[in-house]
Design a binder for this molecule. Sequence first.
Ligand SMILES: Cc1cc2nc3c(=O)[nH]c(=O)nc-3n(C[C@H](O)[C@H](O)[C@H](O)COP(=O)(O)OP(=O)(O)OC[C@H]3O[C@@H](n4cnc5c(N)ncnc54)[C@H](O)[C@@H]3O)c2cc1C
Length: 469
Amino acid sequence: MTSRIAIIGGGFSGVMTAANLARLARQPIRVTIINTQRPTGRGVAYGTRRTEHLLNVAARNMSAFPDQPDHFLQWLRTRSDYDAVPTHELRERFIPRMVYGDYLLSIAHHYLQTPDGLTSTKVEFREDTVTDIEPNGEMHLQSGGRLTADRIVLACGNEIPAALPGAESLTAHPAWVGNPWESWHQRLPAHGGSVVLLGAGLTTVDAVLTLRALGWHGAIHAISRHGWLPHAHFRGVEYPNFPPAEVDLAELGLTKLLALMEEHCARLRDLGANPAIIVDKMRPHTQRIWQRLSLDDRLTFASKWAARWNVLRHRIAPEIHAQVTSAQLTGQLEVHAANIVRLEAANTRVRVHLSDGPPVTGDLVINATGPQSRFSATRSGLLQNLLQRGLITSDDMDMGVRVAPDHIAIDSTGQYSSLLLALGPLLKGTLWETVAVPELRGQARRVAETLLGQPPTLEAEEAVMEYMI
Ligand SMILES: Cc1cc2nc3c(=O)[nH]c(=O)nc-3n(C[C@H](O)[C@H](O)[C@H](O)COP(=O)(O)OP(=O)(O)OC[C@H]3O[C@@H](n4cnc5c(N)ncnc54)[C@H](O)[C@@H]3O)c2cc1C
């Protein structure tokens, strides 16, 4: 009997799981991808139509296939716009994210939409929201329909930002944007007005770039606990001393690991080099280190060190960084270091009360605080229902779905699910480093192998590949 596989989510994780199924399947399977809100194939990150939004990973490390490291570069070579760019330069380029979305769609066309069967995998796309799943594999769709599958992959992507105090009364307020990935450009105030960005991470950077690209001259405020903006990527120096050959980073525990990192950061500073090289050099090992840390160590890291880690880890293209710096230097962008205490409507505007300093009021206030991290409070109706049914359970950090190494979900009784698998940002508590393509391409392949009963062909670390800039 043909097995029926459903994939919930049509972003990178969902589409690449299906593409790997099509590549690896030896017998006929039927795959249905159910996706909502974002264009299938592109997802949240690559669905942008704005050319100023660039990838934050260099082209050479954005292949969608872990076993074909140059696949994206070779695809870029098929586009006339990159004809004149020498290969060594193209490898280091930060390409517009919408072009990466085109790349994913071309993969989908090649592997998933070949009617006469390049592969024996039949793929159907459904635009709908899955609201619940019965233990027998019957999915409830928002449109009212039902769909049944033997195995179901949760590839639902990032959560929207957590609700902030006072935001519940702003839902319909014209100056409030609760989901930063929705289009807000049509609601821009006049040039004398102000836009307040809650958060100072990559989504805030996206918004600053867009405001500048639109030629908007008003005041921009960004508010975050530490007031740190993302750093720029830089060309690293050779530094073979880290990790030291005799040390297994995963065996150190947090205190010794942090001391070792501090020591090497200091050495790099003495050499006049950027200490963030250490974070890059840890990238292929981060998941293994995370999994070996005790729960106490992981909780300590998440509460005390994660903010500092994130600004070094989630860096941006130098040309983007230059624009953000210029917005600060010209006084258009002001960054406030404070906690957000409460939001309230102030006629047509929204006022943000801070732990430190006077309130900041905006004609448009955008919640760019990053995906909500407490999984048990997920705002996805589907995930809430699955938690309530006990078909999935939170990982021990309460950051996502508890899974086994082969991506099979573990239910509330501790049993391996015979129905559900998960990948992508839902695995944050299990793997920590699990949101970007260098990790997700390996996961998509591994999920396909698990579904097909094939042994894993690549270690997760090999899929991440060389990460030095
Ligand atoms: C703005 C932004 C920029 C980024 N830039 C980069 C980058 O440059 N390089 C990089 O490597 N990574 C980047 N990332 C990281 C990014 O998370 C991954 O690269 C990747 O796009 C994640 O894909 P995904 O399929 O897991 O999730 P998503 O792209 O979020 O796709 C999930 C899809 O599932 C759908 N869905 C969710 N629930 C349901 C449901 N119940 N029923 C039906 N459909 C559902 C959603 O609507 C969405 O379409 C970026 C992320 C963001 C948010």
